[in-house]
Design a protein around this ligand. Structure first.
Ligand code: NZQ
Ligand code: ZN
Length: 389
């Protein structure tokens, strides 16, 4: 078992009605609030009105930044930083999915960034930065941005989507009822993202971090059980609550404590797809993961024991032939994604092999792929993308 550091400073209010804590969450930071949100789902669902009522009653002065895109853009970060400076903002309140929270994290750090080029900040961000305080209300179970310090920002002009460590939310309000309105497509994509956050760390060389592996397997089983229920019954509280609980812990680092780092190769490859084609993150991951699994199992059979464990402990599969069992676990994962409505080829998203070489070469930023669980070369990545067509 490897060493690890636990340091998650976010206070979480989880459950129905958790918004009752919003005023006490914001109050310590001041009265000037930047309210950030996406393309308008919070207005349709009534959450915007609920939030504004609390802010008005609490005597807050509210400045708004709306229109944050999925795969949030550097332009929104720049707009938000300018608003914070112009209105002497004390605290940012993000209401939405991972994109809104990520953009808000970059705004909070960008406020203190010395220099005008915020894309330079994104490209060079290393470790946590001095930041404005951030409070969020999560509306989609997927990224775990409510309980981690990372954010992923896109620059469509340079075809880059880059992750980095910015700041943790001070407070996250997680009410599963706010996810009742999430579409089937985003519910399935978000669940694939949750599962990927687990699988990226689960496929590791460390054999004896028992608690971490147990947490990982439990989260995977919970998503496998609850996603089909949430798709059939969007307002099933138990299913939505379990998905929300899972998303929060899955990307927090906890399921990887004590394990050797793995490079998170599917995320490195997916961010390239989103940077070129602006696709939904979880869909890209669902397409890549089974193909990546088959590729590495063939490239380095010494990792087979992990796949056997995955097949047995996560999917409940049985069998004498371990190689067959390993492959069966991957097939079942692919069928699960397809069965829950996720398009499972890049062709279905209109993606061709045109940029595969450039994407593969860019994906190894910081050596994430060359130092992965099974190291990958650019040629390997081109092959994996091709297998996804
Ligand atoms: O923009 P609005 O109108 O709010 O609509 C959104 C958006 O169209 C909609 N939506 C959100 N909540 C809803 C809702 N629709 C109806 N009812 C609700 N309650 O869903 C769409 C997708 O929203 P988005 O925020 O983009 O989704 P998600 O939470 O999956 O975030 C994806 C982004 O997070 C990054 C991804 O790369 C991507 O850019 N990630 C962030 C991570 C992190 N911070 O740790 C880790 C992840 O691996 C990931 O990379
Ligand atoms: Zn992800």
């Amino acid at each position: 078992m490897e060493n690890y550091v636990h340091n998650i400073p976010t206070k979480v209010y989880f459950g129905k009605g958790a918004i009752s804590h919003l005023d006490e969450a914001l109050k310590p930071f001041g009265k000037n609030v930047l309210l950030t949100y996406g393309g308008g789902s919070i207005k349709k669902t009534g959450l915007y009105d609920e939030v504004m009522k609390i802010l008005n009653e609490g005597g807050y002065t509210v400045t708004e930044l709306s229109g944050i895109d999925p795969n949030p853009r550097i332009e929104s970060v720049a707009k938000g930083v300018a608003l914070c400076k112009e209105h002497n903002i004390d605290v940012v309140l993000a209401v939405g999915g991972g994109s809104t929270i990520d953009c808000s994290k970059a705004i909070c750090s960008g406020f203190y960034y010395e220099g005008d080029d915020l894309w330079h900040m994104v490209k060079h961000v290393k470790g946590y930065k001095k930041s404005l305080p951030l409070v969020d209300i999560l509306t989609l179970s997927a990224t775990g941005s409510d309980f981690d310090g990372g954010a992923v920002i896109s620059n469509m002009k340079t075809n880059e989507k880059l992750g980095g460590s910015y700041t943790y939310p001070s407070v996250s309000i997680l009410d599963p009822t706010y996810t009742f309105t999430v579409s089937k497509y985003q519910t399935a994509a978000g669940s694939a993202d949750i599962m990927s956050h687990i699988m990226e760390g689960y496929f590791s060389r460390t054999p004896d971090s028992e608690l971490a592996d147990g947490i990982a397997e439990t989260i995977l089983k919970s998503v496998i059980r609850n996603l089909p229920i949430a798709l059939k019954e969007p307002d099933n509280y138990s299913a939505r609550a379990n998905l929300m609980h899972a998303e929060s812990v899955a990307c927090s680092g906890i399921p990887e404590y004590g394990k050797k780092s793995t490079g998170w190769p599917c995320h490195a490859m997916e961010h390239e797809l989103s940077a070129y084609y602006d696709i939904t993150h979880g869909v890209g991951l669902a397409i890549l993961t089974p193909r990546w699994m088959r590729f590495i199992l063939k490239k380095d059979p010494t990792c087979e024991w992990r796949f056997v464990r995955f097949a047995r402990n996560v999917w409940g599969l049985d069998g004498e032939d371990e190689h067959e069992l390993a492959l069966k676990g991957i097939d079942v994962l692919e069928q699960f994604f397809r069965g829950n409505g996720i398009p499972m080829t890049l062709g279905e998203l209109g993606i061709t092999d045109e940029h595969f070489r450039a994407m593969a070469e860019h994906a190894d930023i910081g050596g994430r792929l060359s130092n992965a669980f099974v190291p990958l070369t650019a040629d390997d990545v081109v092959q994996i993308y091709t297998d996804c067509l």
